[in-house]
Design a binder for this molecule. Structure first.
Ligand SMILES: *[C@@H]1O[C@H](CO)[C@@H](O)[C@H](O)[C@H]1NC(C)=O
Ligand SMILES: *[C@@H]1O[C@H](CO)[C@@H](O)[C@H](O)[C@H]1NC(C)=O
Ligand SMILES: *[C@@H]1O[C@H](CO)[C@@H](O)[C@H](O)[C@H]1NC(C)=O
Length: 398
C-alpha cells in the first residue's frame, strides 16, 4: 500500500497548505519556495509510485525518449465525427492512454477455439508442465463438448455457442474467450489458438517473447485485391473508409489493453457484423465473400493504434501452395527439420490478391531486434500427435 501512502502524504500536505493559508500569508518568500519545491518533489515521488512503469513517469515528467506508454493512437479524421464515432474515439483513447495494470503474477491466457475435442492436449500438457502459475487455459468448443485428457484442460471449458465458418459468430466466440480470460486480472497476454495449432518453442521462450514486448501480435497488411479491399462495403462509411480496410490472419496474441479495447468497441464491430458477410441476401450489396475474422482486428488496430501491433501473427501457416486452404501436415511430414525450419523463419511474407500478386517481405522485429517470427504453427492433422510428442523435448531445446 505504498501507493496509497504516498498520495495520502501529498494530500495531507495539500490540505495543510490550504487550511492554514490565512495564517501563512505573512510567511516570507524563501519558505514558500522551499515548501513549493518539496511539494513538487513529493508529487514526483508519488507519480513514480502510482505509475510503476518507469517509462510512463519518465515520459510525463522528464520527456525522455522512452515514451512507449504515450504512444497515442492516430488522431480522429478531420471531418465531422458521427455520434457513435465520437464516443468510440473517447473510450478507445482513454483505454490506450492508461498505463497497463501491473500484476504480481503475470500470466498468459491460452484461448483455444475448437469445434470439439483438442487432439493436441497431450502435447500442450508437455508444454505447460512445470509452469503452473504462469498460464491459464480457456476452451471454447463450438459444436461438441470436448473430452479432456490433460489436467490443464479439465474444467476449462467456457460457455460456447455455435460458430459458422467465416461468419460473425467466429468473432463473437473470440470476444467470449477474451471476456472470460479478462476476468482474471493476472492475464496479461491473450493468445488465440485453434485445435490444429502446436507449439514451436518451450514455455519459457514463449512466455518471455510475449511478456517482454510492448506490441500485440496482430497480422495486418493492405491488400488492394479482391480478397482484400475488394471485400470492403461502402455501407461501412462514413466511419470506416476503404483506404483503412486491412487484412490479416485470425490467430493473434494481444496485450490486455488491446483486449479491453475490443470489449469496448461497438462501432467498428457492428460495421463488420452487418456489412462483412460471406454471402449477402440483399441485392446490389457489396462486401460479399467478406470474412469478419480476417478483417476486423487488422482494420480496427490499423485505425486506432497502428504502431501498437506487430503486423504479423506469431502462428505460422504455409500458404505457399497457393490453394484455397493452407498446407496441412501429415505424420510423415513431421520431422525435427520441419519444425526447426519453421521455428527459425525470421521474415514475414505478405502477398496481395491482385493479378500481380505483389509480395512484401519484412524482418520480424522483437523490441527492435530481428528475431524468429513464430511461436506456434498450424495446421497439423491429429495423426501427427505421436510424432510431435516424440520430438517435442528435442525440437524445443536445441
Ligand atoms: C505496422 O504497420 C504500420 C503501418 O500500417 C506501422 O505504422 C507500424 O509501425 C508497424 N508496426 C511495427 C511494430 O513495425
Ligand atoms: C516498443 O519498444 C521498442 C524498443 O524499445 C520501440 O522501438 C517501439 O517504438 C516500441 N513500440 C511501441 C508500440 O511502444
Ligand atoms: C535431436 O536433435 C538432434 C540434432 O540436434 C538430432 O541429431 C537427433 O537425431 C534428434 N533426436 C531425435 C529423437 O529426433
Amino acid at each position: 500500500m505504498k501507493t496509497a501512502g504516498a498520495w495520502q502524504l501529498a494530500r495531507r500536505d495539500l490540505l495543510a497548505m490550504s487550511g492554514s493559508r490565512q495564517q501563512r500569508a505573512h510567511l516570507k518568500r524563501p519558505i514558500w519556495i522551499i515548501f513549493f519545491v518539496s511539494l513538487v518533489i513529493l508529487f514526483l515521488i508519488g507519480a513514480y509510485v502510482v505509475f510503476p512503469s518507469r517509462s510512463f513517469a519518465a515520459c510525463y515528467f522528464f520527456s525522455s525518449k522512452d515514451c512507449t506508454m504515450l504512444n497515442l493512437p492516430v488522431s480522429p479524421p478531420a471531418r465531422e465525427l458521427t455520434d457513435h464515432e465520437n464516443i468510440a474515439w473517447v473510450v478507445i483513447n482513454e483505454l490506450l492512454r492508461k498505463p497497463p495494470v501491473q500484476s504480481k503474477n503475470p500470466k498468459i491466457a491460452f484461448l483455444f477455439l475448437t469445434p470439439g475435442t483438442l487432439p493436441f492436449e497431450k502435447l500442450w500438457e508437455k508444454f505447460f508442465q512445470g509452469h503452473e502459475d504462469r498460464f491459464s487455459v480457456y476452451v471454447h468448443a463450438s459444436s461438441q463438448k470436448p473430452v479432456h485428457v490433460s489436467r490443464y484442460f479439465v474444467g476449462r471449458d467456457i460457455h460456447s455457442e455455435k460458430v459458422a465458418w467465416g461468419k460473425i459468430s467466429m468473432l463473437d466466440a473470440e470476444k467470449r474467450l477474451l471476456a472470460h480470460a479478462l476476468l482474471d486480472a493476472d492475464n496479461q497476454q491473450f493468445v488465440l489458438l485453434s485445435d490444429s495449432c502446436v507449439p514451436l518453442h518451450n514455455f519459457d521462450y514463449v512466455y518471455n517473447y510475449l511478456m517482454y514486448t510492448n506490441v500485440s501480435y496482430i497480422d495486418c497488411f493492405e491488400d488492394p485485391g479482391p480478397h482484400g479491399s475488394g471485400r470492403y462495403s461502402e455501407h461501412m462509411l462514413p466511419e470506416l473508409e476503404k483506404k483503412d480496410f486491412r487484412k490479416g490472419a485470425q490467430w493473434f496474441s494481444m496485450k490486455r489493453q488491446h483486449a479491453i479495447v475490443i470489449m469496448a468497441d461497438n462501432l467498428f464491430y457492428r460495421k463488420f457484423k452487418f456489412y462483412c458477410k460471406v454471402s449477402n441476401p440483399l441485392p446490389n450489396m457489396d462486401g460479399r465473400n467478406c470474412y469478419a475474422d480476417e478483417h476486423y482486428l487488422p482494420t480496427l488496430f490499423h485505425m486506432i493504434d497502428p504502431s501498437g501491433i506487430s503486423n504479423w501473427s506469431v502462428t505460422h501457416v504455409d500458404w505457399s501452395e497457393g490453394k484455397w486452404h493452407p498446407k496441412a501436415y501429415r505424420a510423415q511430414d513431421v520431422t525435427f527439420e520441419l519444425l526447426k525450419s519453421i521455428a527459425s523463419i525470421d521474415e514475414t511474407v505478405h502477398v496481395t490478391s491482385t493479378g500481380k500478386k505483389k509480395k512484401t517481405v519484412q524482418p520480424c522485429l522483437w523490441n527492435g531486434m530481428k528475431r524468429p517470427c513464430y511461436l506456434f504453427a498450424r495446421k497439423f492433422y491429429p495423426e501427427t500427435l505421436d510424432r510431435l510428442l516424440f520430438l517435442f523435448s528435442n525440437y524445443t531445446t536445441v
